[in-house]
Design a binder for this molecule. Structure first.
Ligand SMILES: [Fe+2]
Length: 506
């Protein structure tokens, strides 16, 4: 937060041009068949022969059982997709996650395990929040892990934001055992966006609550032991809570979707999107919907908690900024005595839509030690024509926690992303890939083996369209120029997905 302040008198919502005449994207949220056996693709252009590995993606892929339908796309059953790239050719395979939810629903041919659409929230963002608050519910949370692929001790898992993950085989996409975080450490959840250090440890965050209050916990899972026998089972042993951050208001915790990690610090953002736990319990008893207890509370600052990730010690200084909403952060690094962090965020918490605004003006119990921060926008107004950006990715292996120059993201000119963007954070120059009717997934960077510069490599994205059946393709862009190198056309339909990773192990 070293930059010059730059203030705006209007909100981001007012500054963004209103989209008009948007096309229907209904075909992008239809149930599809799985393809467990890899199928060939048709290559147009060139797939660089140095790319070897698998592009793995997650997302909802089945939206009904029998006559029962989910009311929200985010409730759809997790489908895993794999684009295996080897010596210039690409194959595609997919499988539904055999979660307990999927298996039970399939056996009964109806929806017997509730997902979050039962909360009747029509919009994806709201549903993400609803998912978070399901942590407070009994009966148990779902294991329909349709958000991301994550790694612990070298094993792949699929994850959502509940206490459950599912281990998977990243080659066959076979579903392995269910893992319950609370069996290892005292947390009730973990995000779908962990961080990895260069020694192989994984860091994540999860909640706990009890008599002593509500805590946001930082979790560390150590690297796999090198001399350990290769055992085909989930292993989170050695997982530790390295820091428990007390919620500013014990009965009103904040929602969070991710966090950032620099070389020495983890930064947790406590944003003023809050859940009133007491009202929540009352509404559950009364059977009321959740939307009235989720509140955007712009009378509160955003609080940045800084934790030394080596010692687990939380800084006594609380860093504060104007109220903001953020899902995905981009990167954080230390430079010249400053901690710089970049994120996708907005100043308009109305994105949570129908949630009742509670503009109760009251003291927020501020600590004596505090630092108020301003921000710099990493873009200029040119970005607004692409609807803002989300799903940021960097050259993670090289740059996470360190000074960096480029990130890649999706532009949102529609409810689903309709462009790919490359941002130079030094010059704020924007490179764009955008064609009408084509909807790209989150871009993932893959470095070339002889890379010297940060953007020596390619960007992978899966492109889908509602305009034509079975016209999906894997797009390969030169990360430096953002020019298309090639595409691998897959003769299947793929629904709009969530997050993905590149697995160099094939
Ligand atoms: Fe996410």
């Amino acid at each position: 937060m070293s930059a010059e302040p730059k203030t705006h008198s209007v909100s981001s919502r007012q500054r963004c041009p209103q989209a008009k005449g948007l096309e229907s994207v209904a075909p992008l949220v239809r149930t599809v068949e799985e393809n467990p056996d890899p199928i060939p693709t048709t290559i147009k252009g060139t797939v660089p022969t140095w790319i070897n590995g698998s592009f793995l993606r997650n997302g909802p892929g089945k939206f009904e059982f029998g006559k029962d339908r989910y009311t929200h796309w985010f409730d759809g059953m997790a489908m895993m997709h794999r684009f295996h790239i080897c010596e210039g050719s690409v194959t595609y395979s997919s499988q539904f996650l055999r979660s307990d939810s999927y298996v039970l629903n399939s056996e009964k041919d109806r929806i017997v395990v509730s997902e979050f659409g039962t909360l009747a929230m029509p919009d994806p963002c709201k549903n993400i929040f609803a998912r978070f608050f399901s942590h407070f519910q009994t009966p148990k949370a779902t294991d329909n892990a349709n958000v991301n692929f994550v790694k612990y001790k070298g094993d792949y898992y699929v994850s959502t934001e509940t206490n459950y993950m599912r281990r998977v085989n990243p080659q066959s996409l076979e579903t392995k055992e269910k893992v319950d975080w609370s069996q290892y450490i005292a947390v009730n959840s973990a995000t779908a966006h962990p961080h990895y250090d260069r020694e192989g440890a994984t860091y994540n965050m999860g909640n706990s609550y009890g008599k002593s209050g509500f805590f946001y916990n930082i979790i560390r899972v150590p690297p796999a032991e090198t001399d350990a026998a290769a055992v085909d089972s989930a292993d989170l042993t050695g997982a530790k809570v390295i820091c428990s951050i007390r919620a500013s208001e014990p009965r009103k915790p904040s929602y969070y979707h991710s966090f950032v990690m620099s070389e020495n610090y983890i930064v947790f953002i406590e944003q003023p999107i809050k859940l009133d736990l007491l009202t929540f319990m009352l509404y559950r008893i009364q059977g009321k919907s959740f939307h009235k207890i989720m509140t955007w509370e712009p009378q509160h600052d955003t609080v940045f908690h800084l934790v030394n990730r080596h010692t687990g010690k939380e800084s006594e200084v609380k860093y504060r900024a104007a109220p903001m909403i953020t899902l995905h952060q981009i990167n954080a690094f230390e430079e010249n005595g400053f901690l710089v962090m970049d994120m996708c965020c907005g100043d308009d918490g109305e994105v949570i839509g129908d949630f009742t605004l509670e503009n109760l003006r009251r003291g927020s119990g501020e600590e004596m030690d505090k630092v108020y921060m301003t921000h710099e926008e990493l873009h200029d107004d040119e970005l607004l024509q692409y609807g803002g950006l989300e799903f940021p990715h960097i050259n993670y292996d090289r740059c996470n926690g360190r000074p960096y120059r480029y990130f890649y993201a999706c532009g949102f000119g529609h409810v689903f992303s309709d462009s790919l963007l490359k941002m130079d954070v030094h010059t704020k120059e924007l490179k764009v890939w955008r064609y009408p009717g084509l909807y790209p997934s989150e871009p993932v960077f893959v470095a070339s083996p002889k890379a010297t510069e940060e953007d020596d490599g390619v960007v992978l994205s899966v492109i889908i369209t509602p305009r034509e059946e079975k016209s999906t393709f894997l797009l390969i862009l030169d990360a430096k120029t953002f020019a298309e190198l090639g595409r691998a056309e897959v003769p299947v339909n793929i629904p709009y997905g969530t997050h993905g990773v590149f697995n160099v192990m094939g």
